[in-house]
Design a protein around this ligand. Structure first.
Ligand SMILES: C[S@@+](CC[C@H](N)C(=O)[O-])C[C@H]1O[C@@H](n2cnc3c(N)ncnc32)[C@H](O)[C@@H]1O
Length: 275
């Protein structure tokens, strides 16, 4: 539990400052692992672009395992990472895809995140990263491109597996619908999408971890000062948006944020296929 002064700072700081502060705490926690293992010394610093709590390697490995176990990730896949952050999933996928002849494109609105990824994967031609200056109230308040106008950096029908881990949990439904439509455009027939969300239901809208409060017709939020800090979407709205994009949901698993959970991920996991 953070000391009271830190909790107070988190409560009053604007989103960018809050994220940096949280990132600095995460960096402090990661110091022992970095010092003990020379291979970990070049990991991205979270105070530069904080993609969330937890250890860079452990969280990345867990997310990659979820893609394998639940979305059929295989080494020959052409993969699209929507909101790739500082590359914690890319880190896990790079050797697997190199061995199997697969490839990876990641994009994010954070120049620092994309720079860190490009540095880390320099000289590995199967790993590509793109920066898009997309507006997001939590991550990029000065972004020039609306989420509803984003065009993914991938050609039509060129992707076997697209995924968005902990990204739609920061986006309003209008942006999410655009991202689902773009996903349907870039997936080949039979290609899969895995994404995480806080899927709200009457019995699942508050928990010890999150107390969601009403926001708009399709969503709830935890912080009125920064709605994109964490957004939960009502499950029927998620399902309708997936169908509207021309994707068919094949599974969904409840995450740990609101028990009872069906797998070991924090957020709910959805998998869909393009017909
Ligand atoms: C919690 S982090 C997750 C990062 C990464 N997916 C992971 O699991 O490690 C959320 C990420 O989504 C990115 N993001 C938020 N809104 C976005 C948008 N509209 N388009 C692209 N990236 C976005 C943020 O910059 C941040 O890197």
């Amino acid at each position: 539990m953070a000391p009271r002064i830190l909790r107070r700072l988190f409560a009053v700081a604007p989103p960018g400052a809050r994220r940096r502060l949280a990132g600095a705490l995460l960096d402090f926690k990661s110091l022992p692992a970095r010092l003990a293992d020379p291979r970990r010394r070049a990991e991205p610093w979270a105070f530069v672009h904080n993609v969330g709590d937890g250890d860079f390697v452990a969280v990345g490995a867990q997310l990659a395992r979820h893609l394998t176990d639940h979305a059929g990730l295989s080494p020959g896949d052409r993969v699209l990472d929507i909101g790739c952050g500082n590359g914690r999933v890319a880190e896990q996928l790079a050797p697997l895809l190199a061995d199997g002849g697969g490839s990876y494109i990641g994009f994010d609105l954070s120049p620092a995140g994309v720079r860190a990824c490009r540095r880390r994967f320099a000289g590995r031609p199967h790993m590509a990263f793109e920066h898009l200056d997309v507006w997001n109230g939590e991550y990029n308040e000065t972004g020039k491109l609306a989420e509803t106008e984003v065009v993914f950096p991938a050609a039509d029908a060129s992707v076997d597996l697209a995924f968005a881990t902990s990204v739609f949990t920061h986006m309003r439904m209008s942006g999410m619908r655009r991202y689902l439509a773009e996903t349907a455009r870039v997936l080949r027939p039979g290609g899969r999408l895995a994404f995480t969300a806080f899927a709200l239901a009457p019995e699942r809208q508050a928990s010890e971890v999150f107390g969601f409060q009403p926001f708009d017709a399709t969503s709830m939020i935890i912080d009125p000062r920064s709605p994109e800090r964490a957004i939960g979407h009502w499950r029927p709205a998620i399902e309708a948006a997936v169908a509207e994009a021309g994707l068919a949901l094949t599974s969904s698993l409840n995450g740990l944020w609101a028990p009872p959970s069906a797998y070991d991920g924090g957020q709910d996991l959805f998998v869909a296929v393009k017909g």
